[in-house]
Write a protein that binds this ligand. Structure first.
Ligand code: FCB
Length: 438
């Protein structure tokens, strides 16, 4: 869509009845007391300036948190199950946490909130992390055994699943940049980890389908972080090559593996992965902003090239979020039209921002949502939209500083306060209508 289409008099966009409006969160970021996973160990080792600790105490406060979501007209909620609670030591299975997640799902259903369940959201039990984690092929079957327990317990209760959250961000953060456990910066390991994640996803897909019931058919995806890589200098052949290659590795390879059963192995040779073919029922999309790339020696372990903060095309630093991330709402439109070719419905499983000024947060959300609406008018088949996040939470390597919530959390008292952006979004959720925001 040309930028001009975003200026001037634009019509409102309308969303269909039954559109799944909601918010997303992840266990380690909100629950508190997740002491058996590798992120906890990483925090205790002083690798993050503060520990996730009690986080938002969502483990016990979930009923009132869901009431707040209902008061904002939500109809869906995405959360993750914490493997390390269910299997804190190898082969030692705990039933109480499983029962807890059954109750969470029932609490959602009671409030007419459609549950969307993520099975791996960046945290891995410490017992397997200490054996090599996702770099150890053993993790595939171990993950399968855990998924089997969850699938059995939630049988007949859950339709939407996200097996693994942002596999390529996971790989990048933990095995290339090394800012999450195990802090590795190694391209070969990164490829192996990716391969194991493809296998684990495919196995989980089969397990979830085996436990689906006729009145609750399984809809399984990953939550794909849709990267959008822009050559810093669009006229420069090397920058263009770097952007294309990164797009291939970061965006295309995993999706090709789980749709067509082909995967680019280390050495960039295509190998067949027949077990992964056709293991995607819908496409979960997470989008935050673009990344600018320029040719040159990347940092240790980076794919190719390096990130750049300047849009060399306009020679300007673009609008940035509190995280320093680029703001470019039109891009979500292009991403949705790009992936429409898979012929699958799509679901925004994360989109949102940290801005110190809540009005800027609302502008970010509204402009992205508007672009989603325009993509739907252009034929993108969308199931719903989950804002990241329901409330402020523990933002991984950045600790509690960043505040992505449409609900503010006072960590000293655990009080929640709905932000104006949350109320405005709630109006869109209620009316299925959004006016353009300049
Ligand atoms: C995504 C993660 C999520 C959160 C947001 C800000 O990449 O999936 O847990 O950290 O970024």
């Amino acid at each position: 869509m040309a930028a001009a289409e975003f200026s001037g008099e634009l019509p409102p966009v309308h969303f269909p009845p039954g559109f799944l409006w909601g918010a997303a969160a992840a266990a380690h970021q909100v629950e508190g007391g997740n002491i058996h996973n590798d992120w906890w160990a990483w925090e205790q080792a002083g690798r993050v300036k503060e520990s996730s600790g009690r986080a938002c105490e969502h483990w016990t406060r979930y009923p009132s948190d869901f009431d707040l979501a209902v008061s904002l007209n939500h109809r869906a909620h995405r959360f993750s199950v914490e493997w390390s609670r269910i299997e804190p030591k190898e082969g030692e299975w705990h039933d109480e946490p499983v029962q807890h997640y059954v109750e969470v799902v029932d609490a959602l259903r009671k409030r007419n909130l459609e549950p969307i369940v993520t099975l791996h959201h960046f945290t891995t039990p410490q017992w397997i992390a200490s054996q090599g984690g996702w770099n150890n092929p053993k993790i595939v079957d171990a993950f399968g055994r855990y998924v089997e327990r969850v699938a059995k317990a939630l049988k007949g209760r859950v339709r939407f699943w996200a097996t693994i959250n942002e596999p390529m961000v996971y790989v990048n953060m933990h095995y290339l940049e090394g800012i999450g456990p195990p802090g590795v910066r190694d391209l070969r390991q990164a490829f192996r980890v990716t391969e194991h994640m493809i296998q684990a996803h495919a196995l989980a897909y089969k397990i979830l389908h085996a436990h689906a019931t006729p009145d609750m058919p399984a809809k399984v995806s990953i939550a794909m972080h849709a990267g959008f890589f822009v050559p810093c200098r669009p006229w420069h052949p090397l920058d263009r090559m770097v952007a294309t290659l990164t797009d291939q590795v970061f965006n295309v390879a995993f999706i090709e593996a789980i749709t067509e059963g082909r995967w680019i192995a280390p050495g960039i040779a295509k190998v067949r992965m027949p077990q992964a073919k056709g293991t995607l029922d819908y496409l979960g999309v997470n989008y935050y902003g673009r990344q600018f790339l320029r040719a040159g020696k990347g940092g240790p372990g980076q794919w190719v090239g390096q990130g750049c903060n300047l849009d060399h095309h306009t020679r300007q630093v673009t609008e940035r979020t509190g995280m320093g991330w680029d703001v470019h709402p039109q891009t979500i439109y292009h991403i949705l039209l790009r992936w429409k070719r898979l012929g699958l419905p799509m679901f925004i499983l994360e989109n949102g921002t940290w801005m110190d000024d809540d009005a800027a947060r609302w502008r970010y959300i509204a402009r992205h949502l508007y672009a989603v609406g325009r993509a739907m008018q252009a034929g993108a088949n969308m199931l719903g939209y989950c804002v990241w996040s329901l409330m402020d939470n523990f933002e991984w390597a950045h600790g509690f500083g960043p505040r992505f919530g449409i609900i503010e959390v006072d960590y000293a008292t655990q009080e929640r306060r709905i932000r104006e952006s949350g109320r405005k979004l709630g109006e869109v959720y209620r009316t299925n209508r959004l006016d353009p925001t300049p």
